[in-house]
Design a protein. Structure first.
Length: 211
């Protein structure tokens, strides 16, 4: 069965398995999420659930979204995310999805926005090599190398690795394992790291490629 939920990253910690081995985990506050809209093949051309997460006020919600939430009668939500599912017949608008939709041992993919690191050179951005700082290299030890070939067009090829903005882009980490689920406190502990800073919002779905 396909599953999905919106979560907030709380930070990293560690747990111990039954053999006493330490397991690094990321703790996520998963839900509760409410079904705001059902999208069907007849009305939208595909099947999906739109979930809302995090309460907010009418003052912080624009007029179109206020009408959208009032139609569903679910209250105003801070975050909306859509999950494409093969079968949504078991869900209704207003249903609440909690952390217990997942269980320990599940393989999941986590989607989020990575930390923004601002403007960066090619060494930090792509792991490029630096030049020597002797024998006339000058103050360009961390600069990019040649821009293009010395023959033919002499144009820089598309995809040339150059300095620019680093981070703050959508990232998906695949095949992570759910280590523990605390349904009472809406917490999910996932082995390893997930993208984004503390307090960042991520989505958790079934693993597309199971390891």
């Amino acid at each position: 069965m396909q599953k999905g939920i919106i979560a907030k990253k709380l930070g990293m910690s560690q747990l111990f398995d039954e053999n006493g081995k330490v397991v690094p985990v990321t703790v996520l506050e998963a839900g509760p999420c409410v079904v705001v809209q059902k999208k069907t093949v007849e009305t939208d051309g595909y099947c999906a659930l739109q979930l809302g997460f995090g309460d907010t006020s009418a003052k912080r919600t624009n007029k179109p979204l206020q009408g959208h939430f009032n139609k569903a009668d679910v209250g105003f939500k801070k975050f909306l995310r859509e999950f494409k599912l093969d079968d949504i017949s078991t869900f209704s608008v207003g249903d609440v999805i909690k952390a217990d939709t997942f269980e320990a041992g599940d393989m999941v993919d986590v989607h989020g926005t990575s930390k923004g690191k601002g403007y960066a050179g090619i060494i930090k951005r792509y792991g490029g090599h630096r030049l020597k700082e002797t024998h006339g290299t000058g103050p360009v030890a961390r600069h990019a190398g040649p821009m293009g070939p010395n023959t033919q067009s002499r144009h820089s090829p598309k995809g040339k690795k150059l300095p620019g903005h680093l981070g703050a882009e959508k990232v998906t980490i695949q095949n992570l394992t759910v280590v523990k689920v605390d349904a009472e406190n809406n917490l999910i502990a996932i082995k390893g790291a997930v993208p984004g800073p503390k307090g960042g919002v991520v989505t958790i779905t079934n693993a597309v490629k199971k390891a």
